[in-house]
Write a protein that binds this ligand. Sequence first.
Ligand code: 4NP
Length: 156
Amino acid sequence: MHVLIVCLGNICRSPIAEGVLKDKLGNVSPPIVIDSAGLISYHVGEAPDHRAIEIASRYGIDISGLRARQITRDDFLKFNLMLAMDRSIYEDLKGMQQKLSKASIELFLEYAGYPPGSEVPDPYYGNMKQFDECFRLIQEASEKIVKRMLESVGLK
Ligand code: 4NP
């Protein structure tokens, strides 16, 4: 199972989700591969936003080594599940999806069982309070996402 978490810049929401999901999953066999990417190229090669690094570290998760990248056409062939952080990202991914792609595209929070259309708000223009809320929402949803992933690969 290959899962790509997608947000806009790949410096706030999706690297937080990548760090949290990897931390919760640990090493499982068969492996569940978690990666993240952004729709825009603006922050490619950058570490996560310093506020995202700070909030994750307060909760014991180190995301400082992650580097932003932009989603590619190949990602639609490589990943079988893409989780979009908000509806706008979801619509863009649907628009980019090609015929050959087998990737299933879902909203991150919907995959976790939240009501249809639920979004992880973008904290980029906010302050630490928004980053804390963002982190806690992702952390809570990730409990359910990990459970569902383990079930889908037959581990639970
Ligand atoms: P993210 O947050 O999509 O959660 O990484 C953002 C990061 C950068 C920008 C917007 C949102 N930006 O416009 O540069």
